[in-house]
Design a protein around this ligand. Structure first.
Ligand SMILES: C[S@@+](CC[C@H](N)C(=O)[O-])C[C@H]1O[C@@H](n2cnc3c(N)ncnc32)[C@H](O)[C@@H]1O
Length: 664
């Protein structure tokens, strides 16, 4: 039975499983778990005593393979696929020094994965690899992955290494934390390193994901955070992670609660595992109903993990329901979109409609225009002054409306020009002006602002030509052209904007780019609603543009070199690319933006922008990442190039704008 239902959220995290021991009667194991309100079980498919090398030989010396598992008929196909996650035998050791063990392990792994695939299971749980010594295991798993249709393989990784867990509170703890593997030089007890080695050997296969074991100890918050950008499908929550409340029931520490809630919101399924460590008084079994026509009164023994499930379910139901904005954004999470090119292309009605729903954006503009009008026209000049305001790139008119409302609020008189180059939007602009009776105040100009010969100079130039990375929709080039008709002391709203960038772990996005199987997609920027993305360091400013541009020689080419340091408690991490954002100063203290630390709340017009790396870059704990970023301008296009030079070197991406550019 699902843990609950949050409005509009149909994620997998609603389903909770139980780890079950091997049973020759899987049907019984499943109905026991379902009777205890679990949704699925993680169960071994093969008797743990089975070893291929012990199979008998026939008279010709070929192995007689005994049935290594029960019949597929014991459950229906939908029961297998909806309620069973196969647990690959835990005795497997494909990196053992013992050749027989390796060969038995390889045979069993392939047999079990093949059997699970035959049953159409959604996933199989792979045993934890040896720390930083998993070459053969990963190779065999990669071979299995090559032949899989839809099944996922979940690699079981402890969130805290068993050695670290055992050393908690002892003087060995710090030494163990810093212990490095002799061969690889990597931190031996950072379990993220185990995962990273394994998935790198498996070529970042999209069907290989992680199931994290969660016990009583948790790593530092930043070390946990980096897992959010990894392909995390399940968290195996051990009964040993639970505390006991006053009434003797299991409960979790605040840190564990926060972690589980974060996992829920990232679509990670919880699997409860371990022995029952809390003896909770049970309510008496239901009494036999005398009127039940003699039907058998079946009393199900209470599932030993039921009280843990009830607590997890309580945490799920306690979560705040998603806000309206979150519900709007859910369908866009971690989904690659091509950025708009409003200069080169004409936006569609649907796109304008989405913009226009964002009341926060327009109320920020209204505030900025209001402040500019008050500064520009003192009270004593209100009756005699008409301010000339030009909305350049007016679309279907929302900034015209915001400006007129600001004028009304301040009692200032306005003459407005609405300049728009999209002929389709101009049609709507005309009808809006007629409908609202603004004909005496607003003039519509159907023209590219860079080429318009304005009949008079403007006091205020209002525009919104901003992309997710600020200047990526060519606001600088358009406004440099438009400032010809701005008075010398005129005001531009926005008066400046700055792009920001920071390294991210984003395995899903990277795999999605990879699935296009060409270079061009790795050298393209994407608009994305980041969700299962780990920000590894705070974003830093990249390029700033001021308007009006007072430079004698206008040049919108730019270059920066940035250094990012991961916080020391993060450990090592993998960078799949960079997250880009912007912040704009509309006027004085009125700003608008999506840079995470200062983002304007409740605004949904912009998602972040993702600049991928052709190959993910490994950042060893404590090392610095050096990024180079260029904004290049040619006669017909503007483009970005980017490269990493530390801790390792990437090629320069998008040389000469060969893959991605914005047309002028
Ligand atoms: C991001 S939309 C904003 C539309 C509207 N102001 C709003 O806030 O909903 C930018 C608008 O500017 C227009 N535009 C872009 N470059 C332009 C140019 N050089 N001259 C005139 N209009 C331009 C586009 O066609 C588009 O309608």
């Amino acid at each position: 039975m699902p843990l609950g239902q949050r409005q509009g959220d149909n994620g997998e995290a609603r389903y909770c499983g139980a780890e079950a021991a091997f049973s020759s009667d899987i049907q019984q194991s499943l109905s026991f778990a379902l009777g205890g309100s679990f949704d699925f079980i993680v169960a071994p498919l093969t008797d743990p005593v089975y070893r291929p090398s012990k199979a008998q030989q026939d008279s010709e010396g070929s192995a007689i393979v005994p049935p290594f598992s029960g019949s597929d008929l014991v459950l229906s196909p939908s029961q297998w696929s909806s309620h069973i996650v196969g647990k690959i035998s835990t005795w497997l050791d494909l990196d053992s020094p013992d050749a027989l063990m390796r060969s038995d392990s390889e045979t069993t792994l392939k047999q079990e994965a093949g059997w699970a695939s035959h049953l159409s299971l959604q996933a199989c749980l792979l045993p934890t690899p040896r720390p930083l010594s998993c070459g053969n295991y990963a190779r065999c798993v990669n071979q299995v992955l090559q032949g899989l249709s839809n099944m996922q393989l979940w690699l079981r990784i402890p969130l805290v290494s068993p050695a670290m867990e055992a050393a908690q509170g002892t003087e060995n703890e710090d030494l163990l934390f810093l212990e490095r593997d002799e061969i690889t030089g990597r931190f031996k007890n950072d379990t993220w390193e185990w995962w990273n080695m394994f998935r790198t050997l498996c070529e970042h296969h999209s069907q290989l994901s992680v199931a994290l074991d969660i016990t009583a100890e948790l790593p530092a918050p930043n070390a946990i955070k980096r897992w959010i950008g990894e392909p995390l499908r399940a968290a195996i929550l051990h009964t040993s992670a639970f505390l006991t409340n006053k009434r003797g029931y299991p409960c979790l520490s605040k840190q564990h609660q926060n972690l589980i809630t974060t996992l829920f919101t990232h679509n990670v399924q919880i699997v409860i595992s371990g022995d029952c460590l809390h003896q909770v008084d049970e309510p008496p079994p239901p009494s036999t109903d005398a009127n039940s026509n003699g039907a058998e009164d079946v009393y199900h023994a209470k599932h030993p993990l039921k009280s843990y499930l009830e607590y997890v379910s309580h945490l799920y139901r306690k979560m705040d329901p998603p806000t309206e904005q979150e519900r709007f954004e859910m369908g866009y999470r971690d989904f690659l979109q091509a950025p708009l090119q409003p200069l080169m292309d004409n936006l569609e009605a649907q796109t304008y409609e989405t913009f226009e729903k964002d009341s926060t954006k327009y109320s920020q503009y209204q505030k900025a225009v209001r402040a500019a009008l008050l500064d520009r026209v003192p009270d004593r000049k209100v009756a005699t002054t008409t301010t000339v305001l030009m909305v350049v790139g007016a679309g279907r008119g929302p900034l015209v409306r915001a400006s007129l409302q600001a004028a009304e609020e301040t009692g200032r008189k306005l003459r407005v020009y609405a300049v728009e180059k999209n002929p389709n939007a101009v049609v709507t602009l005309h009808s809006l002006i007629k409908l609202e009776g603004w004909e005496d105040v607003v003039t519509v100009i159907s023209c590219d602002m860079r080429r318009w010969n304005a009949p008079e100079q403007a006091d205020i130039l209002v525009s919104e030509l901003l992309g997710s990375f600020g200047d990526n929709e060519l606001s600088p080039e358009c406004l440099d052209g438009a400032q010809r008709f701005l008075k010398k002391d005129g005001i531009s709203i926005p008066s400046s904007y700055t792009s920001f960038i920071g390294p991210i772990t984003a395995s899903k996005l990277h795999n999605d780019v990879k699935s296009y199987a060409d270079l061009a997609h790795f050298e393209t920027a994407y608009v994305v609603k980041f969700h299962s993305v780990a920000r590894l360091a705070p974003p830093q400013p990249v390029f700033t543009f001021d308007h009006p541009n007072l430079e004698t020689l206008m040049d919108n080419k730019r270059y920066v070199k940035l250094k990012f340091e991961l916080s020391p408690d993060t450990g090592s991490a993998l960078v799949h690319g960079f997250g880009g954002y912007f912040d704009a100063v509309l006027y004085k203290d009125v700003h608008l933006g999506i840079e995470p630390s200062t983002a304007t709340p409740n605004m949904f017009s912009w998602f972040a922008i993702f600049f991928p790396l052709r190959k993910p870059i490994y950042i060893p704990a404590g090392s610095v990442l050096e990024l180079h970023f260029w904004r290049c301008v040619g006669p017909t296009k503007v483009w970005y190039e980017w490269a990493v030079t530390a801790p390792s070197v990437s090629p320069v991406h998008n040389v000469n704008g060969r893959s991605y550019w914005v047309g002028l």
